[in-house]
Design a protein around this ligand. Structure first.
Ligand SMILES: C[S@@+](CC[C@H](N)C(=O)[O-])C[C@H]1O[C@@H](n2cnc3c(N)ncnc32)[C@H](O)[C@@H]1O
Length: 343
């Protein structure tokens, strides 16, 4: 049952821009990092550590306290347990890099949301000048922002792929193509967990370069390789028995997703598998909240055609592309799901 709105929630929505800026400032100024290292500091001590004067610090700390991100006990400040778990930089599972993407890409792009709705296209892309009609093409000429984006995806994938490698037995595959594989975070996690698995990361050349370095650092160059290309135009890597899309199919409309899955089907041998791993929308279009909020990015910025589609849309597209057995693996954390289909 979805809870209907109350006044507090309305205030939070209407002031969402301020709430986000407080959260981002908390990360940027190192408030959560400092309170993790030295819990119980008072404002004067915090001011010194985070390099702010007393007046702006008062505004920041009052906001973070009212949002429940930190707790004030007398004069002493502490991280809330979830803040300690998810927002401290450098901690395993930290979501801080995801906020970098929100602040530098999603936030400016969503200024154009209403106009994107009216024009049914990604008007927010004008914030990122360059060639191409998708954010991903544009990012190839913005190396700094491309790194911000890949760091965010890496953080999201690190949170999610722990569940991916346990959700399905990948040992039945010998060579998997990770299409739109980004910086290789998922490929590396799968290859580490499945010692006989080969993985090829397919992505734009500039992104493959980032992946190549990460793979080398992980010492997996013998089993994880990269294949630069455009997933819409160029052939997929040869000799594969499976294809995985991690956080990639939501970029596309159902029509383009169907084209991509048709190509996937043609690239696989009989018995080969296609896997789809990302946040899934409810089939009855009621949420969950994370995907409902995530959808705006796809319309206004990323491509102007995608969304975090409901499960049934992927399943219908797989069927239409010629796949037979289709398995839905639900209940994964962070509103993620996995769909496995066999040719
Ligand atoms: C949302 S990210 C997902 C990255 C990675 N799979 C993960 O889960 O962390 C989408 C990826 O698709 C890539 N991509 C988008 N359009 C592409 C295209 N036309 N050709 C190749 N790669 C593309 C982007 O560069 C980006 O790395």
């Amino acid at each position: 049952m979805i809870k209907e709105i109350d006044l507090e929630k309305l205030i939070l929505i209407a002031g969402g821009h301020s709430a986000f800026q407080l959260l981002w400032a908390g990360v940027q100024q190192g408030v959560f990092d400092q309170l993790s290292e030295n819990p119980g500091m008072d404002r004067a001590e915090l001011c010194e550590k985070i390099g702010l004067q007393d007046y702006p610090a008062q505004i920041l700390l009052t906001g973070l306290t009212a949002l429940g991100l930190i707790r004030k006990d007398g004069d002493m400040y502490f991280n809330a347990p979830l803040t300690e778990q998810m927002l401290v930089s450098g901690k395993e599972g930290s979501g801080a890099p995801i906020l970098g993407w929100q602040a530098q890409i999603v936030y400016p792009g969503l200024k154009h949301f209403v106009e994107s709705l009216r024009q049914s296209t990604n008007v927010g892309l004008e914030e990122f000048p360059g060639q191409g009609n998708t954010l991903y093409e544009r990012l190839t000429s913005h190396p700094g922002l491309e790194q911000v984006f890949q760091d965010a995806m890496c953080a999201l994938s690190l949170q999610a792929n722990d569940h991916l490698r346990h959700a399905y037995d990948f040992s039945r595959f010998s060579h998997i193509a990770d299409i739109g594989g980004g910086d290789g975070t998922n490929a590396i996690a799968l290859a580490k967990h499945y010692p006989d698995l080969r993985v090829t990361v397919f992505d734009y050349p500039s992104v493959c370069e980032i992946a190549r370095q990460k793979v080398a650092e992980a010492g997996l160059g013998d089993r994880v390789s990269v294949c630069p290309g455009d997933l819409m135009r160029d052939p997929f890597p040869p000799d594969i028995d499976s294809v995985i899309y991690c956080h990639v199919l939501p970029i596309w409309s159902q029509e383009n997703m169907l084209k991509l899955l048709g190509k996937t089907h043609a690239s696989l041998p009989k018995g080969g598998s296609a896997l789809i791993f990302n946040m899934m929308g409810n089939d009855d279009e009621t949420g969950p909240l994370s995907t409902a909020l995530g959808n705006l990015y796809f319309l206004a910025i990323a491509s102007g055609q995608g969304m975090l589609h409901p499960w049934k849309v992927y399943e219908a597209s797989l069927r239409q592309a010629g796949f037979s057995t289709i398995e839905r693996i639900s209940g994964l954390p962070l509103d993620h799901g996995l769909i496995v289909a066999e040719k």
